[in-house]
Design a binder for this molecule. Sequence first.
Ligand SMILES: Nc1ncnc2c1ncn2[C@@H]1O[C@H](COP(=O)(O)OP(=O)(O)OP(=O)(O)O)[C@@H](O)[C@H]1O
Ligand SMILES: *[C@@H]1O[C@H](CO)[C@@H](O)[C@H](O)[C@H]1NC(C)=O
Ligand SMILES: *[C@@H]1O[C@H](CO)[C@@H](O)[C@H](O)[C@H]1NC(C)=O
Ligand SMILES: *[C@@H]1O[C@H](CO)[C@@H](O)[C@H](O)[C@H]1NC(C)=O
Ligand SMILES: *[C@@H]1O[C@H](CO)[C@@H](O)[C@H](O)[C@H]1NC(C)=O
Ligand SMILES: *[C@@H]1O[C@H](CO)[C@@H](O)[C@H](O)[C@H]1NC(C)=O
Ligand SMILES: *[C@@H]1O[C@H](CO)[C@@H](O)[C@H](O)[C@H]1NC(C)=O
Length: 543
Amino acid sequence: MIPITMKRRKIAVAAGFCLSFFLGTLMNLLFIPGFEHHQNHADRVHRFYHEQQQRVVDGTKLHVRDSDAAAAVDVNGEPTTSSRQRLDLQLQIQERYDEVLRYRQQQSPWSGTGNPVRPLERRRLMDLAQRNNWELSKGTEKTNNQYTDSHHRLSPAASLYTKSRRDFAVNTRIVNGTPMLGCSSIDNVTDVQYLGSGYTKAVYKAALNSSLSVALKSVDFGGHDMENCVKKYGSTGDCYRLASFKIVKEMTLMERLQHPNILKLFGYCYQDSNDIRDTVTAITELGSPLEMIQLLQTSWEERFRICLSLVRLLHYLAHSPLGSVTLLDFRPRQFVLVQGELKVTDLDDASAEETPCSSPADCVMEFPARNFTLPCSRGRCSGMNEKRNLYNAYRFFFTYLLPHSAPPALRPLLDKIVNSTGELIWGIDETLVQLEKVLHLYRNGLYLQNNTQPHRADYKRVVDASITGENYRCWPSYQHEGCMLSVFNIHEAIGVCESHAQCQAFVMTNQTTWTGHQLVFFKTGSASLSPAPGKVTFVRVSS
Ligand SMILES: Nc1ncnc2c1ncn2[C@@H]1O[C@H](COP(=O)(O)OP(=O)(O)OP(=O)(O)O)[C@@H](O)[C@H]1O
Ligand SMILES: *[C@@H]1O[C@H](CO)[C@@H](O)[C@H](O)[C@H]1NC(C)=O
Ligand SMILES: *[C@@H]1O[C@H](CO)[C@@H](O)[C@H](O)[C@H]1NC(C)=O
Ligand SMILES: *[C@@H]1O[C@H](CO)[C@@H](O)[C@H](O)[C@H]1NC(C)=O
Ligand SMILES: *[C@@H]1O[C@H](CO)[C@@H](O)[C@H](O)[C@H]1NC(C)=O
Ligand SMILES: *[C@@H]1O[C@H](CO)[C@@H](O)[C@H](O)[C@H]1NC(C)=O
Ligand SMILES: *[C@@H]1O[C@H](CO)[C@@H](O)[C@H](O)[C@H]1NC(C)=O
């Protein structure tokens, strides 16, 4: 009686959990800004091609629109509503420009501590780098008179934008010995597909050639950010520049923060489109959007991989060259998957600034289900960037992905990880140590050590053979039609077969997962046994 009610309660809890998760996801989907405004994809792809062509066709009438961006004070010298708004927009653009500059030049506040010589060295290097930048930019202006002349008439916003563009070009033409991609690389793209958009940006997939597809990110002219700004300030050109600084910031961060779990910047292109000069397109590594509902249906091993990638990313961000970086917007849509690895794509809401404070009351982190108060130390909230990331990782990822359907022997450790991050007991360093420990236990089959169940059946081993049909479905299979699961070794495969009522045979393939586990097909019989080099079939002979 007692076990049955307990089981019922467990099911009820599980059902409640699923329901709340799906409701949560649904709410996320319904209330994300910009969800309802998407035109159909064909429209967008058409527009993309149109813009590409316009760049070539309109090359001659580039300079016409500059008068658009007029001075911010009217003839009488009286500030009008519209001039005040212009000024307001101007200030916002200046702020974003300054932020980008900081990220370009900033060093980690504590890097070099303990070695009194190094900060000085670094200062000197920075000075040199700056002088070089400056000289190079001067060079650009001198050798390109037309370029300079045409900029005399630019609005302050446009000239800041041009400055940021030039700085970026100086910094990034060659990264790690490979030249960056530019406009010519995306002249001839094929197979353009709309991937998604958020508040500010629209993202397209495009094939550069037969072997390389990339993501192209640009400001979404029909998006909420542009729409709201133009409604408020009335200047498409300046609103574009304000919005595009998000892309410039993102490119800057992608360039300064190099990690396997941060999307790579391949290059960028400035071109004229939508009657605006020098619109920017970032060319980045391509991923596929993270679908939480899909993820819940994949194997524990794949879900663990995502959590581990995330923790490795957060560990890097906590100790990055820019200091401790926090992702202010941490929803799953800010991440994509690249061959099973999680990578962050949206960096425009990243910040390396620790919150200033005068008392702990200034250091409250508010989350829907929980508030935390952190210490205020030397005018900054201590460790807030790291802890915000970690708690977000807990609430958006770990609770859903880590514990459920994990190998039973790993459950206590996984529950501890979930609890300690959810309570912010551990920092990111300890969390990484514990996740790497889980990986070690899993990769080396140590989670099987205490499996003492004896095997009931004998199995006949047939080398270079496979079973073509005789599939059944199981969860969470790596293949749709059949039951394909990953195992550490033959003993684990036998254990799985004996736990499935339908299983009468299994085929060890030579394919492996990211941890080196082997993929195995479980079968209902062996009537369709046939030769298959490289595979080994085990057929149950007694029971
Ligand atoms: N490199 C990529 N590969 C595949 N899809 C991507 C890539 N980059 C972005 N996406 C998709 O495009 C969407 C919008 O991109 P992004 O988040 O950068 O735009 P945004 O305007 O900043 O959005 P938000 O309002 O969420 O901040 C993302 O949710 C993601 O699904
Ligand atoms: C683009 O494609 C066209 C037609 O295939 C080709 O003639 C042209 O040289 C290509 N341009 C570039 C820059 O690759
Ligand atoms: C595809 O384009 C990339 C970037 O320009 C280049 O590195 C790569 O060699 C190209 N591959 C082929 C097959 O042309
Ligand atoms: C968190 O703090 C806010 C503001 O003080 C308060 O309104 C909210 O109820 C608190 N939430 C929780 C879960 O304690
Ligand atoms: C962590 O464990 C404690 C003790 O079991 C429990 O009270 C608390 O709610 C747990 N916290 C989280 C975030 O799971
Ligand atoms: C297996 O059992 C031993 C002894 O009880 C224990 O020390 C060890 O941690 C267990 N291993 C796992 C992976 O649970
Ligand atoms: C698996 O075996 C087949 C047949 O021998 C072979 O062609 C294939 O390359 C092997 N794959 C791996 C990953 O070893």
